[in-house]
Design a protein around this ligand. Structure first.
Ligand code: SAJ
Length: 424
């Protein structure tokens, strides 16, 4: 099939880079979002999210004349759904955005079109949710139009490069749909394009993030063991990783973001009776902020009234995304124990976090404090000079919950220094 015009639904961390990349590769893209403030921001030439390289990519796409930012769906040759799939209070997938995106395509769907779902979704969503909605058009998927699932697999912070270079899985509801997807994505994908069926593709995506979550849970549990047994987990991991078939990930304050901390629940929901490991890994990672709180209490003493500067709130280094962030959770838990916090998140200094005092600068976060806790290994925090910090704060107790700093440099500068996972 020939695709000239693509309509992309959802302009978040996936939809916007995707729309811009198609546009810079010669496709006419209508990029839409139901959130008017996102549309307004983009139409004013600004961005509502931070991702390295995204600004120049969007500018290039707009300059090419191929990218139109719109409030609503328009007829096109292909439609790509890239909306969020959060979970509800019971950890069940909330598919309302997918559902309404599919519904909004129905009036515009024509014979020969291709519809692709990119949002991370529970197994069988394409077949059992999206296909029946699109059938309301009177057209039959597989006969009158193509329908596929193609998971986004890009790493926040590396999205622009990975979008192009990663292997892409395309699962069709039939082989012709997978082939149609291949023809669409090969306009810019440099990685291998592998075709399969829709449910396998959904499963692949969930398996990838679940594998990561389980492995991080293991690393986090190792950090607790090391703490209990008087071992430096970082040294132990480093040594274990010299084994040719061992690759232990990094312990930290927990797992956040909108992917790894959410997606495993979709598998648990699909079959709770046979997924105890996946559930337990989620629970271990969700409890890790509390482990950090326990360490802080042990190292700093009673937290009531203690003035603490918190460095970093994002869910991981060098991103601005605070969704499901374990750092935010740690900050709230410290505050619940009576600590008086000021938190500095350089990528979102004006974030709205109810009840949490944010500092607009590093200097503000450090001034007049009794202790400093590092929760995110942002590059700019990694590079901090302990002597310079000593001049900015009366605090002489430092906790590094992400193993970003070298202990000796801080102790040499006069700090009492603690690292998560160092039980020595
Ligand atoms: N984390 C650790 N220790 C580690 C690695 C990560 O505690 O050793 C934490 C991070 O700090 C963060 C969380 O895990 O809080 C998730 O970070 P991440 O870098 O592992 O993953 P995401 O959520 O940024 O992106 C993941 C990626 N999936 C995999 O690597 C299997 C990405 O490729 C997916 O496209 C993305 O999820 C997604 O959108 O699903």
């Amino acid at each position: 099939m020939t695709v000239e015009k693509i309509c992309i639904l959802g302009l978040g961390y996936i939809g916007l880079p995707l729309a811009s990349t198609f546009a810079t590769h010669g496709k006419h893209v209508v990029a839409m979002d139901v959130n008017p403030s996102i549309i307004q921001t983009l139409q004013n030439g600004a961005l509502h999210i931070h991702e390295p390289g995204l600004r120049s990519l969007v500018e290039e796409a707009l300059k090419s004349g191929n990218l139109d930012i719109r409030h609503s769906v328009e007829p096109a040759d292909a439609f790509i759904i890239a909306v969020p799939t959060p979970y509800d209070d019971g950890k069940r997938a909330d598919l309302r955005y997918v559902q309404s995106a599919a519904e909004s395509i129905v009036p515009h769907l024509r014979r020969g079109n291709l519809v692709v779902l990119e949002s991370t979704s529970p197994p069988q969503t394409t077949l059992h949710l999206v296909a029946p909605i699109l059938e309301k058009s009177g057209l039959v998927p597989g006969r009158d139009f193509f329908l596929a699932y193609s998971p986004e697999r890009v790493l926040p912070g590396q999205i622009i490069r990975e979008l192009v270079e990663n292997a892409r899985i395309i699962g069709g509801i039939d082989p012709a749909s997978a082939k149609a997807g291949q023809e669409l994505y090969q306009s810019f994908v440099q990685g291998e394009i592998v075709l399969t069926d829709a449910t396998t593709a959904e499963m692949v995506k969930l398996m990838e993030n679940t594998t990561r979550d389980v492995n991080i849970a293991l690393a986090n549990e190792f950090s607790r063991l090391a703490d209990r047994l008087g071992v430096d987990v970082w040294e132990a991991i480093n040594l274990a990783n010299r084994h040719p078939r061992v690759k232990i990930l990094r312990p930290g304050p927990g797992v956040g973001g909108h992917c790894v901390s959410v997606d495993p629940w979709f598998l648990v929901e699909a079959a709770p009776d046979i997924t105890p490991l996946i559930r337990t890994a989620r629970e271990v990672n969700d409890a890790q902020p509390h482990f950090v709180l326990d360490l802080a209490t042990r190292w700093l003493g009673p937290l009531e009234g203690r003035k603490i500067g918190v460095l970093g709130l994002a869910f991981k280094p060098d991103v601005d995304d605070l969704r499901e962030s374990p750092a935010v959770e740690v900050a709230y838990q410290l505050q619940q124990q009576g600590a008086i916090l000021q938190a500095f998140e350089p990528f979102k200094p004006d974030a709205a976090l109810p009840g949490l005092a944010l500092a607009s600068s590093l200097e503000m976060a450090l001034a007049d404090k009794q202790a400093v806790i590092l929760l995110v290994a942002h590059t700019q925090f990694r590079q901090l000079d302990p002597h310079a910090i000593a001049a900015l704060t009366p605090a002489r107790q430092v906790i590094d919950a992400v193993h970003a700093w070298e202990a000796k440099r801080w102790t040499d500068a006069g700090f009492e220094f603690h690292t998560l996972g160092n039980g020595q």
